[in-house]
Design a protein around this ligand. Structure first.
Ligand code: ARG
Ligand code: ZN
Length: 882
């Protein structure tokens, strides 16, 4: 908006303004430079006159000198794209203030003052979706991490905790619903068609947790009674036509509230809890105090329009945001370097919640798959950073799989080392000790040491060092002693800014299996805490089969040097679900990497097909687990191991193996598809499992015989009663050149026309398909009437899906790279946060064979050469080229 209207020579003292000017190049913020704020804001009252085109905001703050600050006389208020329309100190026109770039500097004489500042906002043209913005005719906010400064001038940092009162007034027809944080305390009519509401949040909070929503919304309402008997009014707010798709979100919310009481002893602390669904949103959701704001895709679900995966997404994200009320809001972060304090811990909490709501082993496998596909590549690339970074240019770039998912793994290791009871004592102590504070990762670790009785001195390295540790395990057997020795080595690879590393403490759970009985004598947790460590076990008459890193106790790359026979044995016998899955994955990985160099290994391929056949026949496991075991490793994970790789060759190798399995297991897969198809729709584990294996069977059959499978897929599509089956069938059809392809894609579009979340799927199905013409299709789809670059979900459904489609993105012409770079350049001025998220795909060039790598680099250079790049994209591109 109108940064141009900023008074260049504001009222007051011009000399002083000049003296205070600081350089404003994209400065790097360093963790070690943390300083407590010089000024605190004990209270803030925000008064909004709402309008889509123009919203006026008057903020009145009680500012007080921080006794722990450095005594700076000048109050520094951050701003971003806003101008001072009026500024008062203690009700008199402010004097001597100046602008320092986007920020406001206000010299103050006393120790406490009332500061009033007026700003004018233009939500309708706020395409960045940070601060106050319009979406589908409603107003809403996103303030984390630094969006509050786009609303008013404020010490916009998480260690300034204030009490908020919010008064909104607006046209009643345009904004019938007025929401903010905390409790609704007053409402009224102005008599001119406008009305107002006052919300009061009794809990101190940082500015990033502020939220406001105004618009035409309807609510799904329910109540929850907390463990101490407090009745809470719950509401899930959506647009009129979406109400019937909110039951799952509401159920998930109620389950989350109950679960946090039981699992962590955490009770909700306000009379109301509101969730609002917004169609235009950069991220998944936001935990604003008492007013969570969600991307519609994590709220709306019904059988016809949402897949089982979507249902899980809603449950997980509703849980995640709710759990932030304690891990994030009651205890927040001192500075943004501590982001994983709330995100890593909260991801662990949502993982535990989802595991308790569904299947624990299946959830663990899913979480590890995500970690390997998203976090491992980050950790070994140019954007690698520790879970507690040391520096950043744009904090929005640090909402990463490392901070979130590796952060969760690090706390999960504490859970593994302490056991559930002591872990709970640790978290109890943490919540108790730091309630109401802006805390650090160190505070969490210390609470864990004291509460869970762990010595975490060396373990702190997990917060400091980036990079996925590479661990090898080699077993030797001493016949005369009956002793097995496991020899471990570890190496933490160099990452940007961290050329040398220290050994980390790595908890590895192992079991030693007897080859004949297929049993083991109990699990052991080994701590590998040096670069080399040996562990000896006695009482063996022959070499056992070693099952290591059971449950994926540590986020490492483990090479356990198992031979094929051992892997086949473990795939059949391991009683740890993750380890069983893992041994099959390793066998497949070995075959795929090997086949690129030497062609397929017939014996190993046979062993894989046999093992998969045994999985299909195994009556001891449910279909949800069967589905996991039948899944081949993701290409992103394989790329990590193959580097420098030809991704297209890897893709073809993977397809060939699928075809081989499909051919070898044809009858079993057909029987599986038919058995699963006979189970009626339901949300129970049995029916969900059936849907999972149904489409998997179809996928393998298609790889083997596309023509025959097409008929089966078409039948599945036409008889589908739910989105899981329908999308699964169409995914298969979209990848093959069968006659039904375009007809059914058109049918899908017509059937769900106007439902944005399903139309997103329609785009993604085509951008992610195995069709060799994907790039042509993506180009055409970008011109489709339903495509808009303004909606992040739509942009991601087309372009993020294409970038993740290895065969398309890595087309040897370089066209896939060019399309992503073109998108970044077009999107960056509109929505920098979303644009910057595409850079890591191109940034992986070091992992790719030289010809493609050069093309990828060239696109990064083209982006880097563009004038006026956002801070977000600039940081990512620069680091990716280094
Ligand atoms: N705290 C939110 C969550 O984890 C994510 C918000 C991120 N927002 C952003 N602009 N980077 O649920
Ligand atoms: Zn979060």
């Amino acid at each position: 908006m109108d940064i141009a209207s900023t008074p260049s020579n504001p009222a007051g003292n011009p000399e002083m303004a000049d003296a205070a000017v600081e350089p404003h190049d994209p400065a790097t913020t360093m963790r070690k430079n943390y300083q407590p704020p010089a000024w605190l804001v004990s209270e803030i009252r925000l008064e909004f006159e709402l309008g889509l085109e123009l919203t006026k905001c008057v903020a009145t703050m009680r500012v007080e000198r921080n006794p722990d600050g450095d005594g700076d006389q000048t109050l520094h208020l951050s701003g971003d794209n806003i101008a001072v329309m009026n500024l008062k100190v203690d009700d008199a026109d402010a004097e001597g203030w100046s602008m320092s770039g986007p920020n406001l500097l206000l010299p103050l004489s006393g120790d406490a003052h009332k500061v009033t500042v007026e700003t004018h906002l233009h939500p309708a043209t706020n395409s960045q979706l940070m601060g106050l913005f319009a979406s589908n005719g409603m107003l809403c906010t996103q303030c984390e991490a630094e969006g509050f400064r786009r609303i008013t001038f404020f010490p916009d940092r998480p260690d300034v905790l204030s009490r908020y009162t919010v008064r909104m007034t607006g046209d009643k027809a345009t904004f019938p619903v007025l929401l903010s944080n905390g409790n609704l305390v007053e409402t009224g009519e102005n008599g001119d068609g406008s009305h107002w509401a006052v919300w009061d949040d009794p809990w101190l909070k940082p500015s990033y947790l502020f939220a406001l929503v105004a618009g035409q919304l309807v609510a799904n309402r329910d109540t929850f009674t907390t463990m101490s008997g407090r009745k809470v009014d719950l509401a899930v707010w959506v647009r009129e036509g979406d109400l019937e798709r909110t039951d799952h979100a509401m159920r998930s919310l109620i389950n989350s509230m109950k679960w946090d009481e039981e699992a962590f002893g955490r009770e909700y602390d306000l009379d109301q809890f509101n969730i609002v669904a917004v169609a235009d949103f950069n991220m998944g959701a936001m935990e604003n105090k008492g007013l969570n704001i969600f991307n519609t895709r994590y709220v709306l679900a019904d059988p016809e329009t949402a897949t089982d995966g979507d249902y899980d997404g809603v449950e997980g994200v509703v849980g995640h945001e709710y759990f932030h009320n304690w891990s994030g809001n009651r205890i927040t972060c001192r500075d943004w370097f501590q982001l994983s304090l709330k995100e890593g811990f909260t991801v662990l909490r949502d993982q535990m919640f989802s595991a308790d709501m569904g299947s624990e082993p299946v959830k663990r496998i899913e979480d590890v798959r995500v970690l390997r596909a998203a976090q491992f590549p980050e950790d070994s690339g140019p954007l690698a950073h520790p879970i507690r970074p040391d520096s950043y240019q744009e904090i929005s770039n640090f909402y990463t799989a490392t901070i979130y998912n590796k952060g969760a793994e690090v706390i999960r290791m504490m859970h593994t080392m302490a056991g559930p009871e002591r872990f709970r004592e640790g978290t109890d102590l943490y919540f108790d000790r730091h309630d109401g504070e802006a805390a650090t990762c160190e505070d969490f670790v210390k609470s864990m040491e004291d509460g869970a009785k762990l010595d975490l001195s060396q373990f702190r390295l997990w917060y400091e060092q980036a990079g996925t540790p590479k661990v090898t395990m080699h077993a030797t057997f001493d016949q005369s002693e009956g002793a097995v020795t496991l020899h471990f080595t570890q190496k933490v690879p160099a990452t940007p800014g961290q050329p040398t590393k220290q050994p980390m403490p790595i908890p590895i759970k192992v079991a030693l299996f007897d080859r004949d009985s297929g049993t083991h004598g109990g699990e052991q947790l080994l701590m590998v805490d040096k670069s080399k460590a040996d562990f000896t076990f006695k009482g063996f008459t022959r070499p056992p089969v070693i099952s290591a890193n059971r449950g994926f106790t540590a986020p490492i790359q483990l090479d356990a040097e198992n031979n094929d026979d051992d892997l086949v044995f473990l795939a059949a016998h391991d009683d740890d679900a993750f380890a069983r899955y893992e041994s099959l994955q390793q066998l497949v990985t070995r075959e795929l990497l090997g086949s690129i160099e030497n062609g397929p290994d017939e014996k190993r391929r046979g062993a894989i097909a046999d093992a998969m056949g045994a999985v299909i026949d195994d009556a001891q496991i449910d279909d949800l687990m069967r589905g996991e075991l039948l899944m081949l490793p993701t290409l992103t994970f394989l790329l990590e191991l193959a580097a420098p790789a030809d991704p297209v060759a890897l893709h073809h190798a993977r397809e060939r193996l699928k075809a081989h399995i499909g051919l070898r297991l044809r009858d079993k897969l057909i029987a599986l598809h038919e058995r699963a198809s006979a189970i009626p729709y339901g949300l129970d584990a049995r029916a969900r499992g059936a849907r999972k294996v149904k489409t998997q069977a179809l996928v393998m059959l298609t790889a083997a015989d596309p023509k025959e499978a097409a008929a089966r897929a078409e039948a599945q599509y036409r008889s589908a009663t739910n989105m899981t089956d329908r999308q699964g069938a169409l995914m298969v059809l979209a990848g093959i050149g069968c006659p039904a392809r375009s007809e059914l894609l058109a049918d899908f579009h017509a059937r769900f026309d106007g439902n944005a979340l399903v139309i997103d799927k329609w785009f993604a199905l085509q951008a992610g398909s195995l069709d060799p013409k994907v790039l042509d299709r993506v180009e055409a789809l970008a011109q489709h009437a339903d495509f808009t670059i303004k909606n992040p979900n739509r942009v991601r459904s087309l372009y993020m899906t294409m970038a993740g489609n290895m065969a398309a993105f890595h087309d040897e012409s370089g066209r896939g790279y060019r399309m992503i770079a073109d998108l970044v350049l077009q999107l960056d001025p509109l929505n920098a946060q979303t644009a910057a998220r595409f850079i890591p795909w191109l940034g992986r060039w070091r992992k790719i064979e030289p010809k493609r790598a050069a093309l990828m680099r060239a696109e990064l250079e083209r982006i880097a050469a563009a004038p006026d790049l956002s801070k977000d994209t600039r940081e990512q591109v620069t680091k990716s080229l280094d």
